[in-house]
Design a protein around this ligand. Sequence first.
Ligand code: XMP
Length: 305
Amino acid sequence: MVNTEKFIRESIDEIMAAAGDDRVVMALSGGVDSSVCAALAARAIGDRLIPIYIDTGLMRKGETERIRTIFGTIHLQVVDAGDEFLEVLRGISDPETKRKAIGERFIRVFEREARKQGAKCLLQGTIYPDRIESEGGIKSHHNVGGMPLHMEFTKVIEPIRDLYKDEVREVAGALGLPGEIQHRMPFPGPGLAVRVLGDVTKEKVAVIREANWIVEDELVEKYRPWQCFAALLGLGIGVKGDNRIHGWIVAIRAVNSRDGMTADPLEIPFDQLVRIGSRITSDIPSVARVVYDITAKPPATIEYE
Ligand code: XMP
């Protein structure tokens, strides 16, 4: 990007012009992309911006409270839709069908809430790599193209559509967003559901949410990876006391990347890995085994589904 300040000025003008006198809704996830859009739009149109945060029940530990704290002042609408999402996911194990089900539900919940707000304009935090991957048909992102909005909006505004992730972070810094948001790891739209292989249940989500939190707690500050998380691979055999038990197999994934298109596994000291493994198995008794994923992208993707 040539000039961050210039980009900010032009985006604010673009949003003001596109919105006219209308109210503008957006789905705010708390990731850097949607947060930057919210900050730009708040500068452009003040409280005619109505950010909607949908708690899918597939978010990271403490996420909803965190979002409330950070964005509480800008008319944030928080929607608790966890049960609805679990319901549509019930019995689905095919990755693409899961993504579609989540994307579809997300859009329907969003439409429902947007209608209540009487907004005519939609603001989206689509960035350049999202557009490329969606156009290539690699997977469906719920925040672009793929999922049809039944609702009629007179305008769709995508202020950061030409930016790469590192450029979005730069803008976040220039806008004065908290460092916590600026340096936030990417988190997929379908949330923890793509970190649970196969069908999604409340129990599996609870296990992976806790494991995810442990991995972040151990690695984020110390290594600043592009992304790190835990994924639930399935059930395996373990041993507790004198008994052989069925327990969850959890994979730790930590990668470095420039834009998410390619990635390399993070080199983590062995004792650190062992510590994370012990912490996961002792804090979450239903986990019997922890492995570290050493695959690059390609051939693996960053997420598991
Ligand atoms: P993959 O797993 O395809 O992911 O190597 C590349 C980057 O994109 C993130 N990701 C998503 N982000 N909606 C998003 O907004 C999605 O559906 C989605 N799927 C993956 C992933 O976390 C990684 O940073």
